[in-house]
Every structure is written in C-alpha cells, then in structure tokens.
Design a protein around this ligand. Structure first.
Ligand SMILES: NC(=O)c1ccc[n+]([C@@H]2O[C@H](COP(=O)([O-])OP(=O)(O)OC[C@H]3O[C@@H](n4cnc5c(N)ncnc54)[C@H](OP(=O)(O)O)[C@@H]3O)[C@@H](O)[C@H]2O)c1
Length: 194
C-alpha cells in the first residue's frame, strides 16, 4: 500500500466505479491507497467511501480557475451564438452592397482578464486566470504556436491586423443590438453550483 491514488469525483459514478475497481482488484488494491476528493465529506456518498477505507478529503476553495491558453491581455472576439442571424442581416437587406465583404461576427474583443473579471462580478465567485501557462492538450506544433502568450494571436490578432477596425465597420452596418459578454453571463447563469 505504498502509492497514493487520488480520485477527484470519487463520490460520483465514474470516480466511484474507479474506486471500486481498485479496491476489489487483487493487485492494485495492494499497490495503492486511495484518497477521494469531495466538496462535502458528510454527504452519504462520502460516508460510504470512508466506510470502504478510502481517505476522504474535503476541498472547498471557492475560486474557479479559468483555463485560458493565451496571455491575460490577449484579445479574443466573443459572440453570443443567438446573435448569429444579426450579423447576416446586412447581406440579407442589401446583397449587392455587401457582396464580397467580410462580415465579422463578434460583439467585441475581450481580454481574458476582462472575461474573468466580468464573470466574477456576475457570478459572485472569484474566477481567476492561472498564473502559469497551462499545459496544452495538443502536440500539433501549429496549434501550440497559436496557443502561447506572445505568439501568433497576440502579434497579429484573431482577425488579422485590421480586426478591430473591421469589427467597428461591421457594427456600423447593423441596426440590432448585440449581446455583451456581461449580458450573456447574466442571462445564462447559474454558472457555478455549490
Ligand atoms: N457517467 C458517464 O457515463 C459519463 C460519460 C461522459 C462524460 N461524463 C462526465 O464525467 C463527469 C463525471 O461523471 P459522473 O457520471 O461520475 O458524474 P456524477 O455521478 O454526477 O459525479 C460528479 C462528481 O463530481 C464532483 N463534482 C461535481 N461538481 C463539482 C465541482 N463543481 N467541483 C468539484 N467536484 C465536483 C462530485 O463530487 P462531490 O459532490 O462529492 O463534491 C461527484 O463526485 C461529468 O462531468 C460527466 O458529465 C460522464
């Protein structure tokens, strides 16, 4: 019983099944001691875990880490997907005028910092950015280059060097209000359930 195996979600279906598997396995049960992480160590599921010999640890940080693969000042265009039709409306009204035009669909460019700050305000929870680079799930060199602070996205912008001007032009073609990030957050909660 030398190695420690920590299971997040141990009180749930998947984590619980993994715990049961290890506990009842002839070899793994000897190799590993189990620690189950829960938000509530007095719940029935947590008590059951404890009865099985699992060390139950309660973790209640209260902060939400927002896994953002770029730097905190990198700007990304955000859209409420329900606004999609509004961006097409100029071309529907006057197809000839807008033929060949690039219609950028975004309410605004928001930095990661702006996103989490607004999210914190709306949700009442502390949403924060990781202080260090988060590991990328891709081994593709181009995706890696795209997803690191100070590289392609920050240098050239999501829509290229004229992206901000192009978005401003786009907004001037619209006659319907777009949903802001704050409004989107306000109307799509609750974001974090205890
Ligand atoms: N079951 C499936 O077939 C299946 C298939 C594909 C994907 N998934 C996904 O895999 C995940 C686990 O599935 P499940 O079926 O095992 O779910 P589940 O039975 O509902 O269990 C959820 C587990 O996550 C923990 N948890 C819930 N909210 C949390 C939070 N905000 N912070 C930290 N821990 C939290 C709960 O622990 P406490 O309440 O004890 O803290 C519980 O142990 C889910 O995201 C599910 O959507 C499941």
């Amino acid at each position: 019983m030398s190695k420690l195996f920590v299971v997040f979600g141990a009180t749930g279906q998947q984590g619980g099944a993994l715990v049961n598997y290890i506990i009842s396995h002839p070899d793994f049960s000897k190799d590993f001691r189990l620690r189950g992480i829960t938000r509530n160590s007095s719940s029935p599921a947590a008590k059951q875990l404890h009865e099985k010999g699992v060390e139950v640890v309660e973790l209640k940080d209260g902060r939400i880490l927002f896994g953002f693969a770029w730097g905190p000042e990198t700007k990304l265009p955000l859209i409420d997907i329900n606004d999609t039709g509004k961006y097409l409306s100029p071309a529907l009204r006057d197809p000839i005028k807008y033929n060949g035009c690039r219609l950028i669909a975004a309410t605004a460019f928001y930095t990661a910092k702006e996103q989490v700050d607004t999210w914190s305000t709306v949700s009442g929870k502390e949403v924060i950015l990781p202080e260090e680079d988060i590991p990328l799930l891709t081994s593709d060199p181009l995706q890696q280059k795209m997803s690191r602070p100070g590289t392609v996205l920050e240098k050239w912008g999501y829509y290229g060097p004229t992206g901000e001007e192009d978005l401003c032009w786009m907004h001037n073609q619209l006659n319907e209000k777009l949903t802001t990030w704050k409004e989107f957050l306000e109307s799509n909660g609750p974001w974090f359930v205890e």
